[in-house]
Design a protein around this ligand. Structure first.
Ligand SMILES: [Zn+2]
Length: 352
């Protein structure tokens, strides 16, 4: 069995932008075999079932892919060098550190006094693009009783997660020569829609997530300086809560604006878990003093709707996707202990 720092370094040194996770899967397959597990590789996803006997099934999931390296790094993004207690590299924080800690935490939990129940470890691909990973794998897996999604949360358990609705609004007008005037200016119509959207408010607040947020994030209109534009397009990003179905959000936007509204995406729903569920209690017990919270960022949790889930792992969400991404070695070791304790406590709580 490789140590936590060594395994994370190995994973960081194998680049795995979304769609190109094969080398990381092969490294994990070797690690799983050396731990005495029987890995199953399906596409670019890999699973292993740890069986402590009859009992509930706990899914542990994290992702093998990373965003591209990107610019502005001052460190080598693929060297996984340790400096001042930090392991630098693309994916060190999101989410190869979580993955490493999950694998070794589960290994420790099952190495002696194995819990009564089963853990299904699933390292999945294409989380960053919400592609061929967990969503595609899930139908071929036994249905879990509960799940943990490994993402950098500072080991705080997220018990709810916002969803995403993306809308396109097209304001239309009638073009004319700017010098002569006349026509109907679509950019002005779009501007009125932007102001109307900024005045929209949502009253119903979720205890962990608060209210939905809505932002106009893109605008484009007009072809030339001397032509009154006949169309202007807005893109709107809405982060939803379980209290608002996408249809209600869309209806509110339609009522507020003059432009034509088209739903570009509404499949990534908001999810939430009862804070009293065994998996939440286990996560809280594994990190004494931690507080359940609502996460504004998406993860593969969106595909686990109906399965009680917490999102928790070592590292910090704000470090993800940034240049000079890192995970502290102390955070990694704490992550291993966290997942081991969470697994043990979950099966105790579930049996109680
Ligand atoms: Zn991630």
């Amino acid at each position: 069995m490789t140590g936590a720092v060594g395994l994370l370094q190995d994973l960081v040194r194998l680049p795995s932008p979304s769609g190109k996770e094969e080398a990381v899967v092969a490294r994990l397959e070797a690690e799983f075999r050396s731990l005495g597990w029987t890995p199953e590789v399906r596409g670019r996803n890999i699973t292993a079932l740890l069986d402590g006997g009859p009992g509930p099934l706990l899914l542990l999931n994290s992702h093998t892919d990373t965003v591209p390296v990107g610019a502005e790094w001052t460190k080598d993004p693929l060297a996984a060098a340790v400096e001042d207690g930090r392991i630098y590299g693309r994916g060190s924080n999101d989410a190869k550190g979580c993955l490493t800690a999950m694998v070794l935490g589960a290994a420790r939990a099952f190495s002696k006094n194995a819990p009564k129940g089963r853990v299904l470890l699933a390292a999945t691909c294409e989380e960053e693009t919400l592609g061929q990973g967990l969503e595609k794998l899930l139908p071929s897996l036994p249905r879990p009783d509960a799940a943990v999604v490994g993402e950098p949360t500072g080991l705080q358990p997220a018990v709810a997660q916002k969803g995403l609705v993306v809308l396109e609004i097209t304001a239309r007008g009638r073009s004319a020569h700017a010098a002569w005037g006349g026509g109907v200016n679509a950019v002005e119509a779009a501007a009125r829609d932007v102001l109307a959207l900024s005045g929209l408010s949502f009253e119903r607040a979720h205890p962990a997530l608060g209210t939905p947020s809505l932002n106009v994030t893109q605008i484009s209109g007009g072809e030339r300086h001397n032509v009154i534009p006949d169309r202007c397009r807005l893109v709107v990003d809405v982060r939803t809560t379980p209290d608002y179905a996408p249809e209600e959000i869309v209806a509110r936007v339609r009522a507020a604006v003059g432009g034509e509204v088209v739903v570009r995406s509404s499949r990534l729903g908001s999810v939430a878990t009862d804070p009293a569920h065994a998996v939440v209690r286990a996560a809280l017990a594994a990190n004494p003093g931690s507080v359940p919270y609502g996460s504004p960022t998406l993860s593969d949790w969106v595909f686990l709707k109906g399965i009680p889930t917490v999102k928790a792992g070592p590292g910090e969400s704000r470090r993800s996707h940034t240049p000079d991404e890192y995970l502290e070695t102390a955070e990694l070791e704490a992550g291993v202990a966290f997942y081991e304790a969470l697994i043990r406590r979950y099966f105790e709580e579930a049996a109680a």
